[in-house]
Design a protein around this ligand. Structure first.
Ligand SMILES: [Fe+2]
Ligand SMILES: [Fe+2]
Length: 276
C-alpha cells in the first residue's frame, strides 16, 4: 500500500487515506464493487476501506460467499445494520474470524461483534458499527455505546485512526452523533438510507463527516431495488417482496461513498470528498 510521508516544521506527519463505501445491494452491487473498487483503491492510494454489506444477499441480509467477495476485491472491514439478521444461516459467520461487524449497540450477548481493530499500512485502524434508534428498533444508546468502546481503546493500546459507520434513518440523529464524536473519530459516516447526501465536511474538531454514504448498486432504482415493485408496494402499501434492480445497460451501477485524508499522528481528518 502507498503511504505519503509529509515532512513539516514540527516533525513527521503521516498522511493516510481511507474509503467508506455505502450499502452494497445484491448481485449488481457486488459486481459494481468488484469491477470498480480495485481501481478506486489504486487511483486514490487508499490504505483502508470499509464497506457496508447488510444488503448483499438479494437486498436483504448477507451470505458468506458474498462477504468473501467483498473482502477479495479490497474491502478491509465489512459493516452492517438492521438487515444483518435476515439470513439465519449467516449468523455463525458473525462470530467467525471475518473482519465483519454488526451494530455494537445490540445487547451484549447478541451474535457477532460491533467493533474491530486491524493493523494495516503501519496504522492501527479501529472500526465501530452502531445503529440509530429514531424510526428504528429501540436498541441500546449509540452515544453511550461509542463512549464505552472508545474508552476501551484509550485504556489499552492507543489506536491511530477510528472509523464509525452509523447505520441510522434519522439525519438529526446522524448529525448529532457525528458532532458527539467530533475529534475522536477520524471518519464518521451514516449508512442505511441508500441515498447519498451532499453534506460531506470536516467537523470543527477534525472528523470527516457525511450523513449518508449512499449505496453501491443500480442507480436507476428505488434505493437500489426494482422500481416497479417498490412503486406498487408504496402505492398500495401491500408488502410485495422487493428485489434488487437489474442492470439494464452498461454503466448503470454506481459505487458511492467517501474518501478521507487522515493525519495518522493525530487521528484527525484533513480532507474529505464524495465518490459516486
Ligand atoms: Fe441498507
Ligand atoms: Fe439498513
Amino acid at each position: 500500500m502507498y503511504t505519503v510521508i509529509v515532512y513539516h516544521y514540527n516533525g513527521i506527519m503521516k498522511i493516510v487515506h481511507a474509503a467508506m463505501i455505502g450499502d452494497v445491494i445484491g448481485e449488481p452491487g457486488l459486481i459494481a464493487l468488484e469491477e470498480n473498487l480495485p481501481r478506486i483503491v489504486q487511483e486514490n492510494s487508499i490504505d483502508f476501506t470499509v464497506a457496508n454489506g447488510e444488503n448483499i444477499a438479494d437486498g436483504f441480509g448477507m451470505t458468506e460467499a458474498g462477504l468473501q467477495r467483498m473482502l477479495a476485491c479490497g474491502v478491509d472491514a465489512v459493516t452492517s445494520g438492521n438487515h444483518v439478521w435476515e439470513k439465519r444461516e449467516f449468523w455463525p459467520a458473525l462470530g467467525g474470524n471475518y473482519p465483519l461487524l454488526r451494530p455494537a449497540n445490540y445487547y451484549g450477548d447478541s451474535p457477532g461483534r460491533g467493533w474491530i481493530s486491524i493493523e494495516k499500512a503501519g496504522i492501527s485502524w479501529a472500526v465501530i458499527n452502531v445503529q440509530g434508534r429514531e424510526f428504528m428498533t429501540p436498541i441500546d444508546c449509540p452515544f453511550r455505546c461509542c463512549d464505552s468502546i472508545i474508552e476501551t481503546f484509550d485504556a489499552t493500546a492507543p489506536l491511530h485512526v477510528i472509523i464509525v459507520d452509523f447505520h441510522a434513518e434519522s439525519s438529526r440523529e446522524k448529525e448529532a452523533l457525528g458532532y458527539y464524536l467530533d475529534g475522536r473519530a477520524a471518519l464518521f459516516a451514516g449508512t442505511h438510507t441508500h441515498v447519498q447526501t451532499a453534506d460531506e465536511r470536516i467537523l470543527p474538531k477534525g472528523t470527516a463527516y457525511i450523513t449518508d454514504l449512499g449505496m453501491t448498486g443500480i442507480s436507476n432504482s428505488v434505493i437500489g431495488m426494482d422500481i416497479k415493485i417498490c412503486l406498487e408496494r408504496t402505492r398500495t402499501q401491500v408488502p410485495y417482496h422487493m428485489e434488487p434492480a437489474a442492470c439494464q445497460q452498461k454503466n448503470d451501477a454506481a459505487v458511492q461513498g467517501i474518501i478521507a485524508e487522515i493525519d495518522a499522528d493525530t487521528g484527525k481528518a484533513i480532507s474529505v470528498r464524495r465518490i459516486n
